[in-house]
Design a protein. Structure first.
Lengths: 237, 82
């Protein structure tokens, strides 16, 4: 069970109590007990399943969603959140020239969607070369994340999404971070549907570098390899 | 004279059992209030809760966050189902 795995894993880690002292650790349990206060809180925060880990501010506003489940990852996100809050305070106090830094921080935390971020990035006045490079990468990640998270059910629209992801792969600019796995996994399905052996082979090579070395991943890659062989034989036949 | 449909006895028994089941769907047991409370309490008593010093009160968590100038690290779980 996912909750059990988290509870017996990262949340029981010897390093967790030290992290917990740097935050307010709040455990919300959805109980379905009639009249229970805040029983619908997860839905209110935009959560979709269990377990969900969120960083909230003092008013309960969502600051970031925690993906990776390790104390080191919790610490890394906390540092990003604190950096973002510091920027927000300084901007609210009237400090100028922070627009690019705030946008970068919001993109890192997944607080802004691709379309909104793209508009804001286009309007930025003073952007250093380093910030521009980071923004371009973060915008690409946001675009890919948006495509994957909002994948339509209709086959035709999925094909359109796959086409866009294939364009991104062909451009040589690739997503980083946690969207990589979903990016290559979805593209591999698209490549198989389109009978594009070259694209499928590229997907397999990239997935091999990203996926953990465990039985489940090996089986998944073996299935993709079998599909690739099928496509090649079909092309020869 | 119309031919009669002959069904092997074993198959007939199977079909009758199926028909009986279709007429009497299994009743789904909804948990009682006592069950839901007990499951919630069991969740809150799990070792990881004390290990991390988790606060289960949302109002208290927000008050503490304001008092300490800290952010809230929220773990959303459930007790009404496994």
């Amino acid at each position: 069970m996912p909750c059990e795995a988290l509870e017996s894993g990262a949340l029981s880690d010897a390093a967790f109590p030290a992290f917990a002292k740097r935050v307010v650790p709040f455990l919300h349990v959805t109980t379905h007990i009639p009249g229970e206060k805040y029983d619908g809180l997860l839905k209110e925060k935009g959560g979709r399943g269990f377990p969900t880990l969120l960083f909230l501010d003092q008013d309960g506003e969502v600051l970031a969603r925690q993906g990776e489940r390790s104390v080191a990852a919790f610490e890394a996100t906390l540092k990003q959140v604190q950096g973002y809050l510091d920027l927000r305070r300084r901007a609210a106090a009237g400090e100028a020239g922070l627009d690019a830094a705030v946008l970068v921080a919001e993109l890192r935390l997944g607080r802004v969607g691709f379309e909104d971020a793209r508009s804001r990035a286009a309007a930025l006045q003073k952007v250093s070369a380093d910030q521009r490079a980071e923004l371009d990468q973060l915008l690409l990640d946001a675009e890919v994340r948006g495509i994957l998270e909002n994948m339509p059910r209709e086959a035709e629209k999925q094909a359109a999404a796959g086409k866009r992801l294939a364009e991104i792969a062909a451009s040589g600019r690739l997503p980083t971070s946690e969207v990589q796995r979903g990016f290559w996994a979805f593209l591999s399905r698209y490549a198989a549907d389109q009978k594009d052996a070259a694209l499928l082979e590229s997907c397999i090579q990239n997935l091999r570098q990203i996926l953990p070395d465990d039985e489940r991943a090996r089986q998944y890659l073996a299935n993709l390899e079998a599909k690739l062989q099928e496509l090649r034989q079909g092309a020869q036949g | 004279m119309k031919p009669t449909l002959r069904i092997a006895p074993a198959l007939a028994g199977f079909l009758l059992a199926g028909a009986a089941a279709a007429q009497q769907p299994a009743e789904r047991q909804e948990p009682s209030q006592e069950d839901l409370v007990a499951w919630r309490d069991a969740k809150l008593a799990k070792p990881f809760v004390a290990h991390g010093g988790w606060i289960a009160d949302y109002d208290q968590a927000r008050a503490l966050a304001r008092e300490r100038g800290q952010v809230i690290f929220a773990y959303f779980s459930r007790s009404y189902a496994p």
